[in-house]
Design a protein around this ligand. Structure first.
Ligand SMILES: [Zn+2]
Length: 299
């Protein structure tokens, strides 16, 4: 059994010794938090992923173009996601689904296609399927409109959270993109709002997070990255958001190193709580249903 289920109402604290490699805490809100790169657990039976061992298995002339292996962990994103989930539950009285990979990124990269993710190691492939199956299961439990946040960390040294909707940096810089080409396609269809209103408008997620006092891009204050480095969103956002299919949208969050590591645990916790508040407000504005109860207006 790979999953470690904690149903809402189970106040059992997080028990690291009981954790499995892939952890799924089932929630009861149409909200999913995915944390693919925060894991620090080794695995004796999965070799490290290197570009050499992938090329050995796939010796094509252009293999080197596709085998860039990024092994850096997104440090403290698991700790942040737990605070975010706790904050949401404190405000709303219900909990998001929480899906975590505890394996080191040297062993598996959940946010890639399966070959790049696992280098075809059978055990790694099994964990890969467990993670993505957990997301599909959470979406099935939701059964209607919902929202997934894929939580990552970057070290671009601009102290700004990068919000990814799969819109490229060039398209953001030109403000030339369509809702059809975003990972929040279903929200655009449901709300009737334009892509620009949803990505950089006053009811965009960037607007809600900036209102909490934290810089982010895209946002009404900074609609585009300009010359800065920027992550548009990766495999999970593409596969599980509404660009591919269905009614569950996806947004990738790249949290800056300044807020995860450099400021220490107090800065980390303060930001994670603010991020939880911003998620509730965005959710309340765009996804709330009568059966979820009225989410607090005193957030
Ligand atoms: Zn990442």
């Amino acid at each position: 059994m790979v999953y470690d289920h904690c149903i809402k109402g189970d106040k059992t604290p997080h028990h690291p010794e009981k954790r499995q490699y892939i952890e799924y805490q089932m929630g009861n809100l149409p909200l999913i938090l995915s944390v693919p790169h925060g894991g620090m657990m080794p695995h004796p039976d999965i070799p490290d992923r290197t570009s050499n061992n992938l090329m050995a298995e796939h010796p094509t002339p252009n293999a080197h173009k596709n085998v860039k292996v990024v092994n850096l962990a997104d440090l403290f994103t698991i700790e942040m996601a737990i605070i975010i989930a706790d904050t949401i539950e404190e405000i709303v009285g219900k909990r998001p689904h929480l899906i975590i990979c505890h394996l080191r990124r040297t062993k598996i990269d959940i946010n890639r296609d399966i070959v790049a993710a696992t280098h075809n190691n059978p055990l790694a492939k099994a964990y890969y399927h467990d993670y993505h199956s957990a997301i599909r299961r959470a979406k099935a439990v939701i059964g209607h409109r919902g929202l997934l946040f894929d939580i990552h960390g970057q070290a671009h040294m601009q102290n700004s959270t990068e919000i990814g909707y799969l819109v490229s940096k060039a398209a953001l810089n030109d403000q030339n993109y369509d809702a059809f080409d975003t990972s929040i396609r279903a929200l655009a269809k449901h709300s009737g709002l334009t892509a620009q209103e949803l990505v950089v408008g006053h009811e965009s997620f960037g607007a809600f997070l900036e209102a909490e006092g934290y810089r982010c891009v895209p946002s009404p204050r900074q609609p585009s990255p300009g010359m800065e480095k920027y992550f548009r969103g990766g495999y999970i956002t593409r596969q599980h958001g509404s660009m591919s299919e269905g009614h569950v949208d996806a947004i990738q969050l790249e949290i800056p190193k300044e807020l995860r590591q450099d400021g220490g645990p107090v800065v980390l916790a303060k930001f994670a709580k603010s991020l939880g508040c911003a998620i509730v407000k965005f959710f309340q504005r765009h996804y709330e249903r009568p059966e979820d109860g009225h989410l607090s207006s005193s957030v």
